[in-house]
Write a protein that binds this ligand. Structure first.
Ligand code: ADP
Ligand code: MG
Length: 503
C-alpha cells in the first residue's frame, strides 16, 4: 500500500451495492452503503442472520464482487481489480479469518502458515519457516506445529488460522464470525488475540454475533436489511441487544436543525427523545431574570430529552443546534421511547442515572460559569448529590473542615456563635451558591455553622479536599472568584463576631 496515503482512511467504501440474481428475481443484499475505516481501528460488524454482513465483508476481501459502487483500500480501487490483480493484492495486504478455520487438512500446522508466504513469493525459504514458527508462538501453538489440523481443537485451529492470516504481515485483517463456532471461553481468548493485533497497529473488521465481544471493539457497524444503521445511533443505544436496536431504528424519525435553531425549549412539554447523530448541540439553562446560561455541549452519540420523558414532563433545559453546523438527530416520540425503556432494563437504569447526574451537573455549571464543562465533569465524576433535611447541621463551627459544598436546591442558614455560645443567624444561602470553601482555603476550622433552614431541605454536592483542589487548579477564574468570596465572607463573619463582643 502507498505510504503517502496514510492520512486517508484505510478503507473508503462508496455506494456499495450487491444484487443477487435468483430464480425468484433480483435480491438486493447490500443497499448502497458508505463506510470509512481509519487505520488502527477495530470495527465490529453486527446484525441479524441474513442481514448482509457476509455479503458486505466478502466484497471487501474480493471473495464476492459488488454490483456497483467503490471500494478503495489503501488508496487502491479494489472493486475494479481483475482476478489476478485481486489475488496479488490480497496476498500482500489482507489477512482473512473464517468461521470454520479453513486450514488445509493435508498440510501440517506449520505448512499452513508458510503457504501464504510461498504463494505470494515473500521472504526467503528459511525466513518463511522462522517467521511461521514465530507467528505460531504468538498464538501459543508452537508445540502443535507438526500436527495436522484434524488433530487439534477448534479453538486451536482458529489460532493457527490467525497466525496464517498474519503470515504476510498485512495491515488489514478481515474476519467473518471467527468465534462463531467456538465455546464462549475459547471465543473470548480468540477475541483477545484480535485485540493484541489492534494494539500492534493492525486494522480489523470483524463480523460477530456476540454483542458482548462487539462492545469491546472501537466501533460497531450494525447492518439491518442490507443497510448500515447510523453508527451514532448504535453507540447511543449500546445497552440494547442487537434485536432491540434493529427494532428501535425502525421507529426513529431523522430530523435536521439549522445552526442556532432551538431543538427543545426549557419549560415546554416534552414529547420526544433525541439522539444526536451529527453536529453539536448546546445546552442552556434559563435564569430567573430571563437570561440563558450555557451549561454543556452534546456530541454525536449522546442523547437528550430523556429528562422530560422520564421525569416530570417539562423540559428542564433548552437545547440548540450549535452555530457552526446543522445538527442531525434521531427523534423518538414518547410511545417509542416508553417502549424502548420497557424493553431494556439496563438502558432504563442508565437513563435514570443520567437524569440525576445531568440536573446536578447543569446547575453546578450554571453556578460557576467560569469553569469549563470538562473541568467540572472531571471534578464531579462519581460525585452524587446528598439531600439534608430541615434543621440538619451540615457544617459545624469550630470543626476541622475537609469538604466543600455546592448548594443545588433548598436553603441553608449561616450561624455564628455569640459570646454566650448561642447560634446567631448571620446569613442565608440559596440554590446556586457554595459554602465550606474557607476552611479549605487556609482557615482549617469552620468559622460558622451551616444548617438547613426551617421547613426546607438542602440538596448539595460534596467535594472532598482533593476534588476541590482539582477544581481550583483547573480554573484560574474559579480560583479568583472563590478567594474573593471567601475574603468577603471572612470579613463579614469576623465583623459579626466583633459586634457581638463589643455589645
Ligand atoms: P449474513 O452474513 O448477515 O447472515 P448474508 O450476507 O450471508 O447475511 O446474506 C444476506 C442475504 O443475501 C440473505 O438473505 C441471503 O439469503 C442472501 N444471499 C446470500 N448469498 C446469496 C447468493 N449467492 N444468492 C442469492 N442470495 C444470497
Ligand atoms: Mg454471514
Amino acid at each position: 500500500m502507498n505510504s503517502n496515503t496514510s492520512s486517508q482512511p484505510l478503507i473508503a467504501i462508496k455506494k456499495l451495492l450487491k444484487i443477487y440474481k435468483t430464480p425468484a428475481g433480483d435480491f438486493t443484499a447490500v443497499k448502497g452503503v458508505d463506510v470509512e475505516v481509519q487505520r488502527g481501528e477495530f470495527v465490529a460488524v453486527i446484525g441479524k442472520s441474513g442481514s448482509g454482513k457476509s455479503t458486505f465483508i466478502n466484497m471487501i476481501t474480493g471473495i464476492d464482487r459488488p454490483t456497483s459502487g467503490e471500494i478503495m483500500i489503501g488508496g487502491e480501487p479494489v472493486h475494479s481489480f481483475n482476478e489476478a490483480q485481486m489475488a496479488a493484492w490480497r496476498g500482500r495486504n489482507l489477512g482473512i479469518v473464517f468461521q470454520f478455520f479453513q486450514l488445509f487438512p493435508t498440510l501440517t500446522i506449520l505448512e499452513n502458515v508458510i503457504l501464504p508466504m510461498e504463494l505470494n513469493d515473500l521472504y526467503t525459504k528459511s525466513e518463511r519457516k522462522a517467521r511461521a514458527m514465530h507467528l505460531l508462538s504468538k498464538v501459543e501453538m508452537t508445540e502443535q506445529a507438526y500436527k495436522l489440523p484434524s488433530m487439534i481443537s477448534g479453538g486451536q485451529q482458529q489460532r493457527v488460522a490467525i497466525a496464517r492470516a498474519l503470515a504476510n504481515d498485512p495491515p488489514l485483517i478481515v474476519a467473518d464470525e471467527p468465534t462463531g463456532n467456538l465455546d464462549s471461553k475459547t471465543a473470548a481468548k480468540i477475541f483477545s488475540l484480535f485485540e493484541d493485533l489492534v494494539a500492534s497497529g493492525k486494522t480489523i473488521l470483524m463480523v460477530t454475533h456476540d454483542s458482548d465481544l462487539a462492545r469491546r471493539a472501537n466501533r460497531t457497524i450494525l447492518i439491518s436489511d442490507g443497510e448500515i444503521v447510523n453508527e451514532y445511533l448504535v453507540r447511543a443505544l449500546s445497552k440494547l441487544t442487537q434485536d432491540q436496536l434493529v427494532e428501535v431504528t425502525r421507529n426513529v424519525q431523522p430530523q435536521i436543525f439549522q445552526p442556532g435553531a432551538t431543538i427543545v425549549r426549557q419549560g415546554e412539554v416534552g414529547d420526544k427523545f433525541y439522539i444526536l447523530l451529527d453536529g453539536k448541540a448546546d445546552v442552556y439553562l434559563s435564569e430567573p431574570g430571563g437570561s440563558q446560561v450555557y451549561v454543556n455541549q452534546l456530541k454525536r452519540g449522546e442523547y437528550f430529552g430523556e429528562m422530560a420523558l422520564l421525569g416530570g414532563g417539562l423540559r428542564t433545559a433548552t437545547v440548540k443546534a450549535s452555530n457552526d453546523a446543522p445538527v442531525s438527530v434521531a427523534a423518538l416520540d414518547d410511545m417509542a421511547f416508553n417502549q424502548l425503556i420497557a424493553t431494556s432494563y439496563t438502558l432504563r437504569t442508565e437513563l435514570t442515572g443520567l437524569i440525576q447526574q445531568r440536573s446536578v451537573y447543569d446547575q453546578l455549571q450554571a453556578v460557576s460559569s467560569s469553569l469549563t464543562a470538562k473541568t467540572l465533569a472531571a471534578a464531579l465524576e462519581n460525585t452524587d448529590s446528598v439531600t439534608y433535611q430541615a434543621g440538619r447541621e451540615i457544617v459545624k463551627q469550630g470543626d476541622v473542615g475537609t469538604t466543600f459544598y455546592f448548594l443545588l436546591e433548598g436553603k441553608v442558614d449561616i450561624l455564628v456563635k455569640d459570646e454566650q455560645g448561642k447560634d446567631e443567624l448571620v446569613n442565608q444561602l440559596t440554590k446556586g451558591t457554595y459554602f465550606g470553601e474557607m476552611a479549605l482555603m487556609g482557615d482549617s476550622r469552620r468559622m460558622a455553622t451551616v444548617r438547613v433552614s426551617k421547613g426546607r431541605t438542602a440538596k448539595v454536592v460534596e467535594l472532598n479536599m482533593q476534588e476541590f483542589e482539582k477544581l481550583i487548579a483547573a480554573s484560574e477564574q474559579f480560583k479568583q472568584n472563590i478567594s474573593k468570596v471567601a475574603g468577603v465572607r471572612k470579613k463579614e463573619l469576623e465583623g459579626s463576631g466583633k459586634r457581638k463582643v463589643k455589645k
